[in-house]
Design a protein around this ligand. Structure first.
Ligand code: F0G
Length: 408
């Protein structure tokens, strides 16, 4: 196992603590698959969770774990029919310990921090990363330092970071400003950086791909979907999931890597812009905006990895409006019983748009990643739907009000 620069190909020893190469390129963990002993069949009795795949993870000791992963993969027949695809599944990452996929990356990231003897871990976050880092830091007995963009983090996430004991700072700026500040804090003050530029984080998140294969087998479907649709913010997750599928292909577990399809909010969409224009690098969006605060990011640090994942897999990058996101959130909740936060619904909104355009074909098996739970962001729900109707505690008044009540 070693670290390798995705730009210049330089190899780095695993003892390296830096997250980037001397050329500034992003690093990725590589395995020698001729030495890896891994068979999905041998593990068929083990239910999916992150550490089921530990032969393909870079931690050898006892991990700092809170039983993350093992999230449900739901077949969504009603949306499947509406969109006209062969099979549609939603992987509900909101069912992780803190209610988002970040827990998969953090169990590995904090385990690595523990191996290094770290006292303080740090991150900038639109919310979910901070909640997740806080629980694993708590479990590991480390200090957690969190920088949040002021006024743009959903309440549930702030509550989690505070309750689990992180030191939480609200930065007067956006996520991109906070990320620059936390990188400096880490390089100058010796804190361990747990944003998704850290390649160990992405190793944990690639297990989304492993689990999906495991679960599709259980459904009796194809092993590998044709397309995976992922909401994109700092662009780590789409890269991580791609890496997972690539590794399963290298191990001959699957034949084809799915088309990685990244969805951004239309006013925070530098990757979509670079993809459409065929640019090698993104042009940052200076003032990103969207109701989906989790992906309100203008300068995604993992953009080079994400563009590689999307292009190499023949996928696409597409953007959706806030209105499309909120409609998808409501429809997923009401047609399929799956409650997600707005950023997660971007994947469903993207599916609809691409199916309408004919980019997604009728014979495709599609997996949408629902990245975070509905309860993360109750304020947006109350703003987009009407609050409950107040009535007197009287049966006749109540029944009368009910007969006129429309659902919002
Ligand atoms: N969905 C949710 C719910 C998220 O919280 C994030 C990222 C994403 C999608 C996008 O994932 O960054 O890997 O492209 N949230 C980060 C955070 C930025 O700080 O919690 P990505």
């Amino acid at each position: 196992m070693h670290l390798e620069c995705i730009d210049c190909g330089k190899k780095h020893d695993l003892s390296t603590v830096a997250n980037t190469c001397s050329c500034d390129g992003l690093l990725e963990i590589r395995y020698d698959f001729s030495k890896v002993q891994f068979s999905l069949e041998d593990l068929s009795a083990v239910p999916p969770h992150v550490w089921k795949y530990r032969e393909l993870l870079p931690i050898s000791g006892v991990p700092i774990s809170l039983m993350e992963g093992g999230t449900p993969l739901y077949r969504c027949k009603r949306l499947e029919e509406e969109c006209g695809v062969k099979e549609l599944y939603v992987k509900h990452e909101g069912m992780n310990p803190t209610g988002s996929f970040k827990d998969r990356g953090m169990t590995v990231g904090v385990s690595r921090a523990a191996e290094l003897g770290t006292k303080t871990v740090a991150c900038a976050s639109t919310g979910n990363t901070s909640a997740s880092m806080a629980i694993y830091a708590a479990k590991a007995g480390m200090e957690a330092v969190v920088l949040l963009p002021q006024g743009h983090v959903a309440l549930g996430k702030v509550a989690q970071a505070l309750m689990h004991g992180a030191k939480v700072l609200s930065v007067r700026g956006n996520f991109d400003d906070a990320l620059l500040l936390v990188q400096r804090l880490c390089s100058e003050k010796g804190f361990y950086l747990l944003n998704s530029v850290n390649p160990y984080r992405l190793e944990g998140q690639k297990t989304i791909a492993f689990e999906t294969v495991d679960q599709l087998v259980a459904y009796g479907s194809e092993k590998s979907p044709d397309r995976v649709i992922v909401p994109v913010g700092n662009a780590g997750n789409v890269s991580a999931i791609y890496k997972g599928y690539k590794e399963f292909r290298e191990l001959d577990i699957i034949e084809d890597v799915p088309m990685m399809t990244g969805i951004q909010a239309s006013r925070s969409a530098p990757i979509v812009d670079a993809f459409r224009r065929g640019l090698a690098e993104i042009e940052p969006v200076i003032e990103p905006e969207t109701v989906a605060t989790a992906i309100r990011i203008g300068n995604p640090i993992n953009a080079p990895k994400a563009l590689q994942a999307i292009r190499q897999s023949n996928g696409v990058a597409e953007s959706v409006t806030d209105q499309e996101i909120l409609k998808a959130q409501k429809d997923l909740a009401r047609l399929e019983g799956i409650g997600v936060e707005p950023a997660s619904a971007a994947s469903i909104a993207g599916l609809r748009k691409l199916a309408r355009q004919g980019t997604i074909e009728r014979d495709e098996i599609v997996v949408c990643i629902a990245t975070g739970h509905l309860l993360k962001d109750p304020e947006t729900v109350i703003r987009s739907l009407s609050p409950p109707t107040e009535v007197e505690a009287d049966f006749d008044v109540l029944y009368e009000a009910l007969s006129h009540l429309e659902r919002s």
